[in-house]
Design a binder for this molecule. Structure first.
Ligand SMILES: CC(=O)SCCNC(=O)CCNC(=O)[C@H](O)C(C)(C)COP(=O)(O)OP(=O)(O)OC[C@H]1O[C@@H](n2cnc3c(N)ncnc32)[C@H](O)[C@@H]1OP(=O)(O)O
Length: 400
């Protein structure tokens, strides 16, 4: 126990919390114009703070964002963000108490999952978060990159006028296919944050929408970055619901003049078929594979029951949750669902390792090989691989 009391901050205190978070990330306070956008990103009642005397010393906030899990869309989920502790108050347990209070709050709200994007990989495992999805960063040599003749053509790409960006991009996003595990619904609060980020600098942000036979089915947001030998087109977001939209958006991007490379700012899906779309696969370089979703199963029984499982012999997992001990227990997982059981465990793991395999981004066998999952019944390991398997790697494409 510590003596850090966590409080819900009222609307008048939220700007101080935002300033504290920005300082923790080594940024100056937001200007009034920027705050006019960003303040809408704070959902009332969800910003927590810890004080040291009169001073606010730590903060975090969250927002509702229903998430797709294997076999089901719209599972109650919170995006956790803007975690910061004043540099003169770190390593005294402030964030530990904030995380504990926040997870309790999310559980009371019925949000069975939470996720965040981590500034450093060493912080959140202790609070039960695990890496549930990864994506790849790309650099495409535009001079070498040509779509092969069989690449699908199903529609057209239109550049948006700058004044359309704030309205049309959210409308298109809401129409896209939500079935990939990790997909996140974006509320008005989310868009307030995203648009504030886009409008924060003086960069030239461009949006283009692909429209296929059934209407808009993909979009790309990008900017331009000066490089030593020319100019790069840097993708901020690229979402495509159909193969035609994927090919169409890349065909469009490769046709933008006065650009030597196409690069990414946030990770794209691991299974993006870009090399297969091109005549010369060496035109694409994966410059990094990055962590994306850091997931927390807030309510383990509800979360395990929320997703579907593939066909295999049932297994019994023993889950340990040191941070939220009510989740600790044995769970039977089968194609017919998941529930608590008193049966002996076949496999044993911590809740952060469970988060890593929950969306299908890591196989139980990989966790066992790394000593993060203990095997009592050897035949249960391949069964668990099949049960938790998903057809495609999880990916969100939503940064916050
Ligand atoms: C989702 C997001 O918002 S990501 C952004 C997160 N914020 C930042 O990175 C801003 C800069 N950093 C900070 O504000 C703070 O250092 C925080 C939030 C990362 C940590 O806050 P603190 O109050 O110092 O953490 P706290 O004292 O509760 O630490 C708990 C444990 O985590 C460890 N820990 C905390 N931060 C780190 C870190 N960056 N690297 C390694 N270990 C860490 C502590 O050593 C401690 O370990 P122990 O329990 O074994 O002693």
């Amino acid at each position: 126990m510590t003596d850090h009391e966590v409080q819900v901050l009222d609307d008048a205190e939220v700007r101080a919390a935002h300033t504290l978070f920005r300082a923790a990330m080594h940024h100056p306070a937001a200007q009034d114009e920027q705050w006019a956008h960003t303040r809408h990103a704070y959902v009332p009642g969800r910003t927590l703070g810890v004080r040291g005397g009169e001073l606010l010393v730590g903060t975090t906030t969250s927002f509702p964002a229903p998430l797709t899990v294997p076999g089901r869309t719209g599972v109650p989920h919170a995006g956790v963000t803007r975690v910061g502790v004043r540099a003169d108050h770190t390593r005294r347990g402030v964030v530990t108490e904030l995380m504990r209070a926040q997870l309790r709050d999310l559980a009371e709200r019925g949000e069975v999952l939470a996720s965040l994007r981590a500034s450093e990989a060493a912080i959140y495992g202790r609070f039960g978060y695990g890496v549930a999805s990864r994506g790849r960063m790309l650099a495409v040599d535009r001079a070498r990159a040509r779509l092969h003749p069989g690449a699908p053509v199903t529609g057209e790409v239109r550049l948006l006028a700058p004044e359309e960006l704030d309205t049309v991009v959210p409308e298109v996003y809401a129409r896209l296919d939500p079935s990939r595990p990790g997909w996140q619904e974006r509320s008005a609060h989310y868009w307030a944050l995203a648009l504030a980020r886009y409008h924060a600098g003086d960069e030239y942000l461009v949006a283009a929408v692909h429209t296929g036979p059934a209407g808009p089915d993909g979009y790309v947001l990008y900017t331009f970055v000066r490089e030593e030998h020319g100019r790069a087109l840097e993708i901020r977001e690229l979402h495509a619901s159909t193969p035609g939209a994927q090919a169409g958006l890349w065909r469009f991007l490769l046709g933008v003049d006065l650009v030597s490379r196409i690069t990414t700012d946030d990770p794209l899906p691991l299974d993006l078929p870009l090399e297969l779309l091109l005549t010369d696969r060496d035109a694409v370089r994966t410059t990094a594979v990055q962590d994306e979703i850091w997931l927390r199963l807030v309510d383990v029984p509800e979360a395990l029951a929320a997703r579907t499982y593939e066909a295999a012999e049932p297994v019994v997992l023993s889950v340990r949750d040191r941070f939220l001990p009510a989740n600790t227990g044995h769970y039977r997982i089968g194609q017919d669902g998941a529930s608590r059981t008193e049966a002996a465990a076949d496999l044993e793991l911590d809740v952060d390792a469970l988060a890593a395999l929950y969306l299908g981004g890591t196989r139980p066998t990989e966790l066992a090989e790394a000593g993060r999952l203990t095997v009592s019944t050897p035949s249960a390991l391949p069964s668990a691989d099949r049960l938790f398997g998903t057809g495609r790697p999880p990916w969100s494409g939503t940064f916050f």
